[in-house]
Design a binder for this molecule. Structure first.
Ligand SMILES: NC(=O)c1ccc[n+]([C@@H]2O[C@H](COP(=O)([O-])OP(=O)(O)OC[C@H]3O[C@@H](n4cnc5c(N)ncnc54)[C@H](OP(=O)(O)O)[C@@H]3O)[C@@H](O)[C@H]2O)c1
Length: 347
């Protein structure tokens, strides 16, 4: 049994961690923080937890965290996270950070897309927490940079096709649609019901901060620099991301759908949480909602010689909190699937 702290427990990812970890057989949640609601019982402000916990929210205090916890999940915004994580790391806690602060090995890349990094010495200690790619490194890591929500589906889909030299790296276009919870729980005009409902729009075209995170992993897989076109969209749903990716098939690459699916299936046939859809079935966000799964489907279009790959995840789960628990399981030597076997909530 490990003693776990959830830092930023009242945000969307923190709430999901509470829900998952309260039922995890190897976890005791010893601390949960909120600045706005410190001193209140969790179930007073989040009635869905009535009868499930007596925990009272605390203000963020680094010394309290290091004395009460063996393991911490940081659900803080980027920049806030790095200062606190550095303190916990120095005291020997294992940490999964859900922000972007430890996703990059390069402080320069982080500074270019975010802001200057105040703890660059920690970047080389962190492991990128995508278990399907970095399982062995995660097992021995003390600090994990949990992947971003958009990158998770895109990287899982494209890495096997680049490694197999099936697609032309220069031709990749990624088009993603996310539910509104991707923006977090703090109020903003852009996420008001009247702004989002019955509408659909692109944003941050060509300059979204998840672009360099996707590019660094695709570059490693391709063995050459990969530059992508990435366009995110906001759709009027609570949660879920559907990512559609387009790439030209290599001259010697796959020329039918079955061959594309075989590459993906071979890459993930032993993975508990990545499922390749049979030919003719394409992923839907509803079919992964509430689960730690990534569903991937593909079609080869002979008219354009393009491969179209489609991935669905729940942004708050495989795109954030359940992936964080998958990382915790690996870091602590627990069964990787422990506490994560829920299937999708359908409809
Ligand atoms: N939402 C997603 O789909 C998603 C997916 C992947 C990664 N992420 C990343 O995960 C992190 C959390 O995201 P979220 O969507 O859960 O955010 P959120 O809903 O805005 O929640 C943020 C939490 O952090 C606390 N907090 C904010 N600023 C703080 C500060 N300066 N000091 C102490 N506590 C502070 C808030 O506490 P109060 O109760 O005081 O407000 C709240 O509990 C972010 O870095 C985000 O980029 C999010």
């Amino acid at each position: 049994m490990i003693k776990v702290g959830i830092i930023g427990a009242t945000g969307y990812t923190g709430i999901e961690l509470l829900r998952l970890l309260l039922r995890h057989p190897q976890v005791q949640i010893t601390l949960a923080t909120s600045e706005k609601h410190a001193g209140k019982r969790i179930d007073n402000i989040l009635p869905s937890f009535s009868g499930a916990t007596d925990l009272v929210l605390e203000e963020l205090n680094d010394d309290a965290i290091t004395s009460k916890c063996d393991f911490a999940f940081s659900c803080l915004p980027h920049q806030s996270a790095m200062k606190h994580v550095a303190h916990w790391y120095a005291k020997g806690l294992k940490v999964v950070d859900l922000s972007a602060d430890f996703r990059f090995a390069s402080a320069e890349t982080y500074a270019q897309w975010y802001e200057p990094h105040s703890k660059p010495e920690l970047l080389s200690k962190a492991v990128y927490g995508l278990p399907e790619l970095y399982r062995d490194q995660i097992k021995s890591a003390q600090l994990i940079g949990n992947p971003g929500c958009y990158p998770t589906g895109a990287i899982l889909s494209l890495v096997p096709l680049l490694k197999a030299e099936a697609i032309i790296a220069e031709s990749i276009i990624i088009d993603s649609k996310s539910g509104v919870s991707g923006a977090g729980r703090s109020a903003s005009v852009d996420s008001l019901f009247s702004e989002v409902n019955d509408s659909f729009h692109a944003y941050k075209v060509g300059k979204h901060r998840h672009t360099p995170e996707i590019e660094k992993e695709l570059t490693k897989a391709a063995g050459q620099s990969v530059v992508i076109s990435f366009t995110p969209h906001l759709v009027p749903m609570d949660r879920g991301i559907l990512t559609t990716m387009y790439a030209q098939s290599q001259p010697n690459g796959p020329k039918d759908t079955a061959s594309v699916l075989k590459i993906l299936h071979d890459a993930y046939k032993n993975e508990p949480f990545v499922k390749i859809m049979p030919e003719g079935i394409l992923p839907k966000t509803k079919e992964v909602r509430g689960s730690n799964r990534c569903h991937i489907g593909a079609v080869y279009d002979p008219r354009t010689n393009r491969i179209v790959i489609i991935a669905a995840i729940d942004n708050l789960l495989k795109g954030a909190s359940s992936q964080a628990v998958q990382n915790m399981n690996l870091m602590c030597g627990f069964e990787e699937t422990m506490g994560l076997q829920a299937l999708a909530l359908l409809p």
